[in-house]
Design a protein around this ligand. Structure first.
Ligand SMILES: [Zn+2]
Length: 213
């Protein structure tokens, strides 16, 4: 699935959802005590599976899990994990409703989602009017202005997704004002489709001119 993640990031680049070095993705299989995350600062058009970083999740029920950079490939040894590691780690350390599956977390900067938040729209409020969105995708309330690659961004995203101690989440996607979105599902393309659906509806809402007060 690392190749599929490379494919979705190329697709995101072609859609102008990221510039070359933006965006990050993580993936965990339920029966592994590690996950993979995209490296920091690498051009997404040329990202290769052997560049991913392998992150261990420390064991021990009485200890707060911590992320450990594990050896993976010679190429990845010279790279750092994405700066949004705290965001991904919080969602990957316990898999919640995906505990028997795979969990994929995708973060990109889709144009119309960000434009809608910039225009004052809470993305969680627009799905009521659009069944093609709300049938498949649960949208969390927006996260406000938080610095990129910060623990604050991670904490606010986790809170708005209603992430609990077991890793359960109440939503499929959350928007971060002035920044982007984070989507979660059981495969790269499923997570990607939440973004695509929300982006499509945001484009329609903005085209209608009927929003805001
Ligand atoms: Zn970002």
């Amino acid at each position: 699935m690392l190749e599929t993640i490379c494919d979705i990031l190329v697709d995101a680049y072609k859609r102008n959802w990221i510039t070359s070095r933006d965006g990050n993705v993580s993936i965990r299989h339920h029966d592994r005590d590690h996950f993979y995350i995209t490296p920091s600062g690498v051009r997404k058009q040329t990202l290769q599976p052997d560049q991913f970083k392998k992150i261990g999740i420390s064991q021990g029920s009485h200890v707060t899990p911590i992320a450990i950079d594990l050896p993976y490939t010679d190429i990845s040894a010279n790279l750092k994990p994405s700066g949004e590691l705290p965001l991904h780690f919080g969602l990957q350390k316990k898999m919640g409703q995906h505990k028997d599956e795979v969990r994929v977390v995708v973060h990109v900067h889709p144009t119309y989602c960000i434009a809608a938040m910039h225009a004052g729209i809470d993305l969680s409020t627009i799905s009521d009017a659009f069944p093609e969105l709300n049938r498949y995708t649960k949208v969390a309330p927006n996260v406000g202005d938080v610095p990129p690659i910060s623990q604050e961004l991670a904490d606010q995203c986790h809170k708005n997704l209603q992430l609990d101690q077991k890793g359960n989440i109440a939503y499929d996607i959350v928007g971060i004002k002035g920044h982007g979105v984070v989507a979660i599902d059981t495969s790269p393309w499923r997570a990607y489709e939440h973004i695509e659906r929300l982006e499509h509806i945001c484009k329609i809402v903005l085209a209608s001119g009927k929003y805001g007060t």
